[in-house]
Ligand binder design. Structure first.
Ligand code: GSH
Length: 225
């Protein structure tokens, strides 16, 4: 995927694997902003020198933009937002901006910790590592997830976005976690959590999300069947 240059040098590269909610998050940010990125499929367990140079802790995503490198989805999203301010990722209103960071953190720390236990043990380990996961750990992840999804349901807006009228990082981060959880049937349950489902459907209908989803589907089909 190469479109117009992101900077005066070459298109930036994003190292990662689309199953990762953090990788999806930065790919959607780039797409929303019309930034040109090249996705470099990366397995952190088998790292390339370029990936290692960009991600000292070997986590995905990582970015390389010319001779500039950066790791961590929040850092990368912040870089992209500064590079291409329009459309903005964060509300300008102080209270809404604070909430946007709250939702991003909620997704990246709390949802990720609970969801990771399920994803790793029911999907990553059996599908990619060739060994069974720890079902007790996965069940603990499901239990941890329940109050978090209940909270999301209590704040999911009847219309618009998590922080109000402006779509942004809060929606991208939270929806990306839910999308990854859908791989293990722990995503949005429309009967139990209709407000979340309606908001999530609005996120998924966005052209940027759909473009990233189409590429993700192609990659997942090629690697996971
Ligand atoms: N806080 C980081 C989290 C990144 C992260 O944990 N990525 C996972 C994939 S979802 C990873 O690289 N795992 C590989 C490993 O830990 O070896 C971010 O926002 O980018």
């Amino acid at each position: 995927m190469r479109r117009q240059p992101a900077s005066w040098e070459n298109a930036m590269q994003i190292f990662g694997f689309p199953l990762s909610p953090f990788v999806r998050k930065v790919l959607v940010v780039a797409e929303e902003k019309g930034l040109s990125v090249e996705s470099v499929l990366t397995n952190p367990a088998n790292p390339s020198p370029d990936f290692l140079a960009a991600s000292p802790m070997r986590k995905i995503p990582a970015l390389k933009d010319g001779d500039y490198t950066l790791a961590d989805s929040t850092a990368i999203a912040t870089y992209m937002d500064a590079l291409r301010p329009d459309p903005p990722l964060l509300p300008t209103d102080p209270k809404r901006r604070g909430k946007a960071i709250w939702f991003e953190e909620f997704a990246d720390t709390l949802l990720a910790a609970a969801g990771g236990k399920i994803m790793f043990n029911r999907f990553v380990s059996p599908r990619f590592l060739g060994r069974p996961g720890d079902e007790d750990a996965a069940r603990q992840g499901e239990a941890d997830l329940e109050p978090l999804l209940d909270y999301l349901e209590s704040v999911a807006p009847a219309e618009g976005w998590l922080t109000g009228d402006e779509f942004g990082i809060a929606d991208i981060a939270a929806a990306s976690m839910l999308r990854t959880l859908a791989y293990v049937d722990c995503g949005v349950d429309a009967e139990r959590r209709p407000a979340t489902a309606a908001w999530y459907a609005r996120v998924c209908a966005r052209p940027a999300w759909q473009a990233v989803a189409a590429r993700e589907a192609a990659v997942m089909k090629s690697v996971a069947g």
